[in-house]
Design a binder for this molecule. Structure first.
Ligand SMILES: NC(=O)c1ccc[n+]([C@@H]2O[C@H](COP(=O)([O-])OP(=O)(O)OC[C@H]3O[C@@H](n4cnc5c(N)ncnc54)[C@H](OP(=O)(O)O)[C@@H]3O)[C@@H](O)[C@H]2O)c1
Length: 282
């Protein structure tokens, strides 16, 4: 079968782990040369080896999406190696969670620096090359960029922001031949729920998402690659996310009522009222 991205090149942020790494491998299997951008070089090297062992071409480029200069340099190295960029996936992100009252302005600022300004930095660095190739821009939001959940107001707000950014750019870039695809995953197996509010990975953290709702990252990556190929704006990934996004679009009040009823306004275990130990006296 013909490879859908033969002779194309991709620049992927957050490619050292989870969704970004899996999309890099999937795009490489479809013929694309992939630039792998993130901070942890040893993890990028693992992904490079996996791509190369499947006869693909990968270029690790260390960068921090909060730092525009390091993104400019990563894009420059990519263009130098591949001759241009046809696909950009602005994917790097993490989640600041907890009840609003426990957090502060700095927590919001840190969340927005990576999840929102990191995406903006990526787009400014790569856009001239996408305009030249009439390429594809994938922006990773979340189903939480469409439906708000309690105990994660910084993450939810950042993903709503990214959804709005993507939709605005869809209108601006379509006439110029660049498609924008806004990727909105539900629960996907990755490191994200093991990363703390400072963006640090903690191996001993437990997966907090309900087991039955977590989709394997390879399946999510295949769906993301299909969405990029089709150039359709809305790409809601996982059946559970499609259900919630659909319910919220058609029945917003009902969806809010269900979420409030089922969460009690708080899904942070630290704030759940502790069970009283049974009293010894009547
Ligand atoms: N998994 C899910 O259930 C889910 C659901 C909805 C949306 N998403 C979104 O999907 C995206 C990818 O997350 P994931 O689930 O694959 O999580 P992950 O396994 O934790 O991967 C996050 C990636 O982002 C990179 N990253 C974080 N901060 C960075 C920075 N400042 N500069 C450069 N790279 C940075 C990390 O690499 P380094 O640490 O090496 O820099 C890593 O490669 C995120 O935007 C997330 O919000 C995930």
């Amino acid at each position: 079968m013909a490879k859908r991205f033969a002779n194309k090149s991709a620049f992927i942020t957050g490619a050292s782990s989870g969704i970004g790494a899996a999309v890099a491998e999937a795009l490489a299997r479809e013929g694309a040369r992939v630039a792998l951008a993130a901070r942890r070089i040893e993890k990028l090297d693992d992904v490079r080896k996996r791509v190369e062992s499947a006869s693909g071409v990968a270029l690790p480029v260390v960068c921090d999406v909060r730092d525009k200069a390091s993104l400019d340099e990563a894009v420059r190295k990519t263009v130098e190696a591949f001759g241009g960029i046809d696909i950009v996936l602005a994917n790097a992100g993490f989640g600041v969670v907890g009840q609003f009252a426990r957090l502060d302005t700095d927590a919001f600022r840190a969340q927005f620096e990576t999840n929102v300004f990191g995406v903006i930095n990526t787009i400014y660095a790569a856009l001239p090359h996408l305009l030249e190739s009439k390429g594809r821009l994938g922006i990773v939001s979340s189903v939480q960029g469409r439906v708000a959940m309690p105990s994660s107001s910084p993450y939810t707000a950042s993903k709503f922001a990214v959804y709005g950014l993507a939709e605005s750019l869809y209108h601006e870039l379509a006439p110029k031949g660049v498609s924008v695809v806004c990727i909105q995953p539900g629960f996907v197996a990755s490191e994200i729920r093991k990363v703390d509010n400072n963006g640090v990975f903690e191996a001993r953290r437990r997966e907090s998402a309900p087991n039955g709702l977590i989709v394997p990252v390879e399946k999510a990556a295949r769906d993301i690659v299909d969405a990029l190929y089709r150039r359709h704006f809305d790409a809601v990934i996982t059946g559970h996310a499609k259900l919630i996004a659909g319910l919220s679009r058609h029945f917003p009040r009902l969806t809010r009522a269900i979420i409030l009823k089922s969460t009690g306004g708080n899904v942070d275990p630290r704030d759940k009222p502790k069970r009283r130990s049974p009293s010894k006296t009547p």
